[in-house]
Design a protein. Structure first.
Length: 297
C-alpha cells in the first residue's frame, strides 16, 4: 500500500509552497509528495521543488483538464469562486492508495503523514474546528433539508484532509457538480472547493473522523487564534496543553508582523539565507495604541 501527500500550487505561491515543503521535510525526509498544478503557470515552482524537495508533478494532466471542463460545463463561469481549486479532487485518482491533501498556507510540526493511520478505521479524515462555527462559510441554512444536524457537525476546512484512492469516482464528481449547479440555494459559493468537497464527503462517506475530537479535544491550528504559545519554532495550544500538528493561515494575511509570521519565516528560509527585506518584523503596538485602534474601529 502506497502513502503520500498532495499539494495544489502554481508559480504565484512559490514562497508558501517552499515553507510548507521545508516543514514537511524537516520531520520527514522520505514520504512521497505530488504537486497538482493549479493552472498552466507552474514551471517555475516545478523546477524548484522537484529538485530541492523530491516532489513529483501530478502525471495525469488530462484528468485535471477534464475536471476543469466538467466544472465549467455543469457550473458555468459565474457560480463558483476560484473553480481551479477543485483540481484537488484529483487526489482520489492519483498514485497513492492513502493520501493527505495539504494547502500551501500551512506549515507542519510533526511527521504529518502518520495521521494517515486514522484511515485504518475511517475513509476520510480532517483536523480542524470548522464545525464549531456552524455551517457558515460552507452551506446556507437550507442545507438542513439534505443533512441532519449530527451530519452537519462534520463540516470541515478544505485545506487539510485525507482519504483513500478511488473511494470517489468521476461519476460522483459529475453528479455532485450537477447537483450544486442545480441547487445553488444550499451552498456558500465564496469557498467553492470547501463547499463542494464538504457536500461530496458528507453525502458519500459515512466513515468520517475529525482528528481534533480524539480523546475529547485536540489542539487547534488556525493562525487566527491568538492564544497559541511558541516553543522554539513550534506552537502549543495551552487550552488543551498539546502541541499543534500544523498551523493554517486560512483567511489570515501572511505578512511581516502578522500572526505567527516568525514561524512561517523560519520554515520558508530554513535551507537558504533570509533576504534582508523579509527580516522586518512589525513592532507590537502599545496597549494604548491598541485601545485607540479599537475605538476607531
Amino acid at each position: 500500500m502506497s502513502r503520500g501527500i498532495y499539494i495544489l500550487a502554481n508559480d504565484r505561491v512559490i514562497d508558501n509552497a517552499i515553507a510548507l515543503l521545508n516543514s514537511i521535510r524537516a520531520y520527514d525526509a522520505d514520504s512521497p509528495i505530488v504537486m497538482i498544478p493549479y493552472n498552466n503557470q507552474y514551471q517555475a515552482i516545478a523546477d524548484i521543488i522537484t529538485k530541492s524537495h523530491g516532489v513529483k508533478i501530478y502525471e495525469d494532466l488530462q484528468l485535471l483538464e477534464k475536471i476543469d471542463d466538467l466544472v465549467k460545463q455543469t457550473c458555468g463561469d459565474n457560480l463558483l469562486d476560484r473553480p481551479n481549486l477543485l483540481r484537488k479532487l484529483a487526489c482520489w485518482f492519483g498514485p497513492f492508495d492513502e493520501f493527505l491533501y495539504i494547502d500551501t498556507d500551512i506549515v507542519v510540526f510533526e511527521k504529518i503523514i502518520e495521521n494517515l493511520n486514522y484511515l485504518a478505521n475511517n475513509d476520510f479524515i480532517c483536523c480542524d474546528y470548522q464545525y464549531t462555527g456552524g455551517i457558515k462559510q460552507v452551506f446556507t441554512p437550507k442545507i438542513t433539508e439534505i443533512f441532519s444536524e449530527d451530519e452537519l457537525k462534520d463540516v470541515f476546512n478544505s485545506g487539510f484532509w485525507g482519504s483513500k484512492k478511488n473511494l470517489i469516482t468521476q461519476q460522483d464528481l459529475q453528479d455532485t457538480f450537477e447537483f450544486c449547479a442545480s441547487h445553488p440555494e444550499y451552498f456558500y459559493v465564496l469557498n467553492s472547493d470547501q463547499t463542494i468537497l464538504n457536500y461530496l464527503v458528507l453525502k458519500r462517506m459515512s466513515r468520517r473522523f475529525n482528528i481534533v475530537r480524539e480523546n475529547g479535544k485536540g489542539p487547534g491550528n488556525w493562525a487566527g487564534s491568538p492564544h497559541f504559545k511558541q516553543e522554539g519554532y513550534k506552537l502549543v495550544d495551552p487550552k488543551v496543553n498539546q502541541p499543534l500538528k500544523f498551523v493554517h493561515w486560512a483567511g489570515v494575511r501572511l505578512e511581516p508582523g502578522g500572526s505567527y509570521w516568525d514561524i512561517w519565516e523560519h520554515y520558508r528560509y530554513l535551507n537558504e539565507p533570509k533576504p534582508a527585506q523579509v527580516a522586518f518584523t512589525q513592532k507590537k503596538k502599545s496597549l494604548w495604541q491598541q485601545i485607540k485602534d479599537k475605538i476607531k474601529g
